[in-house]
Design a protein around this ligand. Structure first.
Ligand code: SF4
Length: 324
């Protein structure tokens, strides 16, 4: 039996280089080794989304990207969180055994309170409980995450352990599997790449649009003129070369330090390498987009398969808790 992996992502629409390098490549690569379940967490998104008019379009665009980069619905289950409502029931049941103090200590909750003080909703506090329900409903053992999500997985382990102690051994304690590229900075060179911050490069852009975006990237701030020697280690363009152009990385560092290459040429080279890497993906995406029902069919099939597992777990949980 393969070990089961669960991972989810908010429906942010078209995916960017950060999503691609930080999560998707890893998701694709582990499909043969694990029994993988990948979920669009639309209910989680409601904790911060006030306008839901683009929600369905964003789900569609995101899943199209997932399929085009190589997530294979024959190997993995792809579905939307709200299409398997058993997770809401499990969330309620787990919330009864989760001490409030555990939730108020979570660093991302404190951050969200700062970011949206006008909308500190109950869902923000309960976010890690719903996340735990997402994972343990499928009895997943492994959760691929970035470093910022590790405290949530620790909490999921504590909640699972508490349930097991109270009602008998039911859930495996999930473990975090850190991706090899945990943090991809955006074009501003400061913050994590994010659509919200506008510092991203979407993977489905055309060649020309990719060049235009990469040209806006901030480089070494100390390099004012072409003749100034650069410091590649502080430049995000250089770091992105590491992912898309590793064979020339040492060369670029040397030329940058000796002011033999200008930032415009360096960025153009990066954009070309990104386009070269992503061209097959873009071709596949266009072919999939030409089948308008395809994404819907994949998600409906995924929901059915996920629900079959979810119903068994939920029934076991209710029995253990004395509800049946
Ligand atoms: S030459 Fe390249 S690595 Fe050096 S500062 Fe400019 S963009 Fe960055």
């Amino acid at each position: 039996m393969k070990r089961r992996v669960f991972s989810g992502a908010r429906p942010t629409g078209r995916q960017h280089l950060g999503n691609y390098l930080g999560a998707l490549q890893n998701w694709v690569s582990i499909q043969d080794e694990y029994d993988c379940i990948y979920c669009v967490v639309d209910v989680h998104a409601l904790t911060t989304l006030e306008d839901t008019s683009s929600l369905q379009q964003n789900i569609h665009e995101m899943v199209l990207d997932w399929l085009a980069v190589g997530l294979d619905p024959q190997k993995s289950i792809l579905f939307v969180q709200s299409h398997v409502p058993e997770v809401m029931e499990l969330h309620t049941l787990l919330s009864m055994i989760t001490p409030l103090g555990w939730l108020l200590r979570v660093p991302t909750f404190k951050e969200k309170v700062k970011i949206q003080p006008h909308n500190v909703n109950y869902g923000l506090v309960g976010y890690p409980v719903l996340q735990t329900a997402d994972i343990v409903l499928y009895k997943a053992e492994v959760v691929p995450v970035g470093e910022d999500q590790v405290p949530h997985i620790e909490l999921a382990r504590e909640i699972a352990r508490r349930f097991n102690n109270l009602f008998g051994n039911t859930f495996p304690e999930p473990v975090a599997k850190l991706t090899s590229f945990p943090l991809i900075l955006g074009l501003d060179g400061k913050e994590k790449m994010s659509k919200q911050l506008g510092n991203d490069v979407e993977i489905a852009l055309s060649d020309k649009a990719t060049i235009d975006r990469v040209m806006t990237a901030v480089t070494d701030p100390a390099r004012q003129y072409r003749s100034d020697p650069g410091h590649p280690e502080v430049c995000n363009v250089y770091h992105l070369h590491g992912y898309f152009n590793p064979s020339q990385l040492d060369d670029i560092a040397e030329q940058c330090r000796a002011a033999k290459i200008g930032c415009v040429d360096c960025k153009m080279l990066l954009a070309e390498k990104i386009n070269f890497t992503l061209r097959p993906f873009r071709k596949r995406r266009a072919a999939l987009a030409a089948k308008p029902q395809y994404v819907k069919e994949v998600l409906a099939d995924g929901a059915q398969r996920a629900q079959a597992i979810a119903r068994v777990t939920l029934s076991e949980v209710k029995q253990r808790m004395g509800l049946v």
